[in-house]
Design a binder for this molecule. Structure first.
Ligand code: PRP
Ligand code: ORO
Ligand code: MG
Length: 194
């Protein structure tokens, strides 16, 4: 499955949104990939995550566990882990910081693939990887359905992306006037609890 195939799945799900969005990183963009509209369809989610699992296996071989950052990473993380035939866990924010909770546990040195839904700056991936390492896991690779940094995001380990796009995004103080004129939406969960 290549970038065009992935984009076709997002398009068919109505998940390629246009407007004015503030992203998890605080950057602003005219485009938002509303992945939940993709993952709510089990067959569509399975097609994407099976392909991602095959890419992970081809590039890094076997792993012991897949761990994702909540909320967006939970469903693709579970589905990808199912096709890798490994345990699936997630980290979630406690006082703003990702932690393994709910009895989730990695054995020291276990090989972990970190599975994200979307990568923009790589900040959430780096935070998730730091939490996995703090719990004793060895992160051998990161994987995502869409890398919208066009390969520029550095997450500190190899990043395996099913699709790679280069989508523009700007800091709040440098918005193009046509974007600034549109009311802003904040669709993610990073700022929800604050
Ligand atoms: O690479 P980054 O710049 O970190 O951006 C990508 C992150 O943004 C979204 O999460 P968000 O925090 O918006 O919440 P969600 O997981 O609940 O959608 C997405 O799920 C990624 O985790
Ligand atoms: O950077 C983000 O927060 C982000 C971008 C995007 O297109 N989709 C998403 O769920 N999050
Ligand atoms: Mg997320």
């Amino acid at each position: 499955m290549d970038t065009q195939d992935v984009l076709n799945e997002f398009r068919a799900a109505g998940a390629l949104r246009e407007g004015h969005f503030v992203l998890s990183s605080g950057l602003h963009s005219p485009v938002f990939l509303q992945k939940n509209l993709v993952f709510m369809d089990g067959a569509r989610c399975e097609r994407l995550c099976k392909a991602l699992a095959e890419k992970i296996t081809a590039l890094v071989g076997s792993v012991d566990v897949a761990i994702s950052p909540a909320v967006g990473g939970i469903i693709p993380g579970y589905e990808t882990a199912k096709h890798l035939n490994v345990r699936s866990m997630y980290v979630e924010r406690e006082g703003g910081e990702f932690k393994l909770r709910r009895g989730f546990h990695v054995e020291p040195g276990e090989k972990v693939v970190m599975v994200e839904d979307i990568v923009t700056t790589g900040l959430s991936s780096r935070e998730c990887i730091a939490a996995i390492e703090a719990a004793g896991g060895a992160v051998v690779a990161a994987a995502c359905i869409v890398d919208r940094s066009g390969g520029k995001a550095d997450v500190g380990v190899p990043l395996i992306a099913l699709a790679s796009l280069d989508v523009p995004a700007w800091p709040a103080d440098a918005l193009p006037p046509e974007l600034a004129a549109i009311p802003v939406e904040d669709p993610g969960s990073r700022r929800l609890a604050k």
